[in-house]
Every structure is written in structure tokens, then in C-alpha cells.
Design a protein around this ligand. Sequence first.
Ligand SMILES: *[C@@H]1O[C@H](CO)[C@@H](O)[C@H](O)[C@H]1NC(C)=O
Ligand SMILES: *[C@@H]1O[C@H](CO)[C@@H](O)[C@H](O)[C@H]1NC(C)=O
Ligand SMILES: *[C@@H]1O[C@H](CO)[C@@H](O)[C@H](O)[C@H]1NC(C)=O
Length: 427
Amino acid sequence: MKWTEYVIRCIFVVVSLCSYNHRVNTLDNGLLRQPPMGWLTWQRFRCVTNCQEDPDTCISENLIRTQAQLLVQGGYLAAGYEYIIIDDCWLSTARAPNGSLQPDSKRFPSGIRALADYVHSLGLKLGIYEDYGTETCGGYPGSLGHLEQDAKTFADWTVDYLKLDGCYADIKDFDTGYPAMEHALNATGFPIAFSCSWPAYQEFSKMKPNYTAIAQTCNLWRNWDDIDDSWESVYTILQWFGDNQDRLSPFHGPGHWNDPDMIVVGNYGLSPGQSRAQMALWSIMAAPLILSVDLRTISSWARDIILNKNLIAINQDPLGAMGRRILQLNDHVEIWSKPLLDDRVAFVALYPEPYGTPIHLSVNLTDLGLIRYQDYNFFESFYGSFLGKYHYTDKYNFTINPSGDVHAFYVESATPRKRFHKNLQKI
Ligand SMILES: *[C@@H]1O[C@H](CO)[C@@H](O)[C@H](O)[C@H]1NC(C)=O
Ligand SMILES: *[C@@H]1O[C@H](CO)[C@@H](O)[C@H](O)[C@H]1NC(C)=O
Ligand SMILES: *[C@@H]1O[C@H](CO)[C@@H](O)[C@H](O)[C@H]1NC(C)=O
């Protein structure tokens, strides 16, 4: 190999080691060593509380029980989606006389402990929502002044996951407030995964979140905007993560995850191509895969995307590396990549433009960072089909459909070597 190639390879190896082996001292509750997978009420069911008008979609124990059953029957739990999480609007408007939180008694007549028992009996885990401030975003009682009491209540109810929002609070208090809640959760002795909204509020206020402290406190944290049911929302969030990847990725890894918010596949807003894109790109980012969809009415094509074994394996890869946007080409095509175990690499090329016809592209393997081995085998990610063997000096040619579809693929060295990652299906 020429000395210039040698230098390029060496630089690539050093950069790779620096980006992906960065160690931070992080929360050590043993939970969420892989990005969490589950289902959450918010994006699809919001704060519907009038069960007279909307008996099937109001936030209630009926809704949770029904969706929990479908998580099991539909194969979602078997695919890894194990948390069922109640977002805002489950609480009674007042605390009990002894100060304890209590659910709305009409919508949750059996109480949260009974709901947790039911969810656990199905093999699922239960998540719940509260807020660090005086009120939740929906106006229900917040945890300020009751952190320890509320942590104990959640532990008594055997809640497995807490999403703690940041409405009606002084954002500057988060740096002490969220760690105080983590301390209170830890003191219960009951393992509760902790999802924080701490940096999201601070990023919006142009403060600089202390991600070192956040990763010491939270298992996952929302960094940015709430997702809505549209491609514009998905794309805007993706761009924000791409633009900020250098500052975010060092804090991302087993037990502590950046969270670009829910998967909205299966609702009203995304085309099939855009749905493939969200699932593939969230997998590349090693993002939490938290669905928010009505499992009673989801289409089979959306279900197939959500349950795709190869994409889930890429998302759940034990390295836990946060994928990065590595190239931005003409026509706003961008390529993201994520290193996987055993020197394999996953890629997603996204074509957002609505120019009506598929785009044909040609990319040097060297521009994809594929310079560690002589030859690579390429596989399509959704189906696992073999796409060909390429030398590292070759170009890779591919086609992407317009309007937010993707071409997703993964590569491995073509030289016979170690076992394949056991989770990745191969046809
Ligand atoms: C507080 O009151 C609620 C509602 O009456 C009850 O369920 C709960 O067990 C009480 N908590 C404590 C710690 O006594
Ligand atoms: C509490 O924190 C300690 C020290 O980080 C950790 O070993 C333990 O697992 C935590 N316990 C719970 C219940 O989170
Ligand atoms: C960020 O948090 C870490 C860990 O708590 C702390 O050591 C550090 O001083 C904080 N940095 C700033 C700028 O406050």
C-alpha cells in the first residue's frame, strides 16, 4: 500500500478509537445496557382524558391493558419491545391526604400497583411519567417537594421506568434536582430506569447542558424537541442530532443514551418510505426504540418495519455506539454510519428531496471509511440479502427512492474471520 493510504488508514483507526472508546463515568444501576425498547402513550394518545367521548383512546388502565396484550400477541415483546410506559395525564388532580401521588380513580380504578402486576404477568415492564416541577406539563401534581415520597411510591408500585419531565420548574435547578431524584430512586433499592428531560429544556434555553453529570444520573435523556406525527418533525430532529453529534456521541453508550424521541411509524404522518427511514436512522443512532402507535389498527407494513430483526440488531448492537452522519452529498443525500461488533459497519443513505424519481449514487468505499480491510461483503439491511463483494478502492453504486426513503446496508470484511454477530439474521 502507498504511504498516503497507510497514513489515511492510521488516521482512521485513531479517530475511530477516540470516538467510540471514550469512557465516561456513568450511572451504574445496571439497567438499559442496550437502548430501551418499548411503547409509550404520548405521541399517539396525548392527554385524552374524557373516557365518555373517547372510551377506546383515553389514558386509562383499559388502554394500557389492551396495548400490553397486543405487545405480546403481535410479537413486539418477543422482538424486544418490553416497556409499556404511561405518559402524562394519568394522575389525579390532587395528591392523597397523606401526600402520596394517586392515579385518576375513574380511569385507573384498580390502581397502578394492580396494573403493574398485570403488565408483569405478561412479561412486560411498566413505565410511568412525572415532572420535576410543581406541575406536569398537563397540569397534574408535580414532584417538587416530594421527590423522595414519589420515588418510594413508584417503588411500592413496582414501576420499572420513570420519565421525569421538566415543565413548571426553574431550569437552572435541574443540575441538582435530577441528581436528587436519581438519589431518591436509588435509595428505594428497587431498580427503576430513569429517563430525564433535563438537557432538552436547557438546550432550548441555549444553556450548555452538563452531559457528564447527565450521564451520571440518567439512563436516557431527551435532548431536543418533542416528535410529532410528520416527516418534517422526524427530519428536523435527525438534522439536529447530525449537527450536534460531536458533542453528544461521547456520552452515548450502554446504560446511558441520548434520546431523539419516539418512533412514530404506524400513525397518520409517515409514508412507507419515511417509516423505513425513521426506523433505519433511529437504529443507526442507537436511539431508544419507543413506539407510540395504536396496536389495534397498525397496518401490516408498518408492523413489519417496526419488527425488522436486522434493524433491531443494529440498534441493539452491544457496542452501543451512536451512529454519525458521515457524508452530505448533492441533492441533500446524507449517509449515516454506525460501527458494530466484530468490525462490521451499518450504513443508511437518506434521500429527502421530493424530486419524483429515484436517485442513482456512486460512493467511494474510502469515503465510507471502509479502509481497514482489502475486501468487503455488502448486505442490504432490511432483508439481509447479499449485495456484492467490493475492494476498498472500488465505488459502491446504489439507488434511493425520493421523498425521505433510505437505502440501508451493512458491511463486513470479506476475509474469513471471527463468528458473525449472532443476532443479525442472514438469508
Ligand atoms: C397514602 O394514601 C394513599 C391513598 O389513601 C394510600 O394508598 C397509600 O398507601 C398511603 N401511603 C402511605 C405511605 O401511607
Ligand atoms: C444504587 O447505586 C449503586 C452505586 O452506584 C449501584 O451499585 C446500585 O445498583 C444502585 N441501586 C439501585 C436500586 O439503583
Ligand atoms: C459537570 O458535572 C461534573 C460531574 O458532576 C462536574 O464534575 C463538573 O464540574 C460539571 N461541569 C461544570 C462545567 O459544571
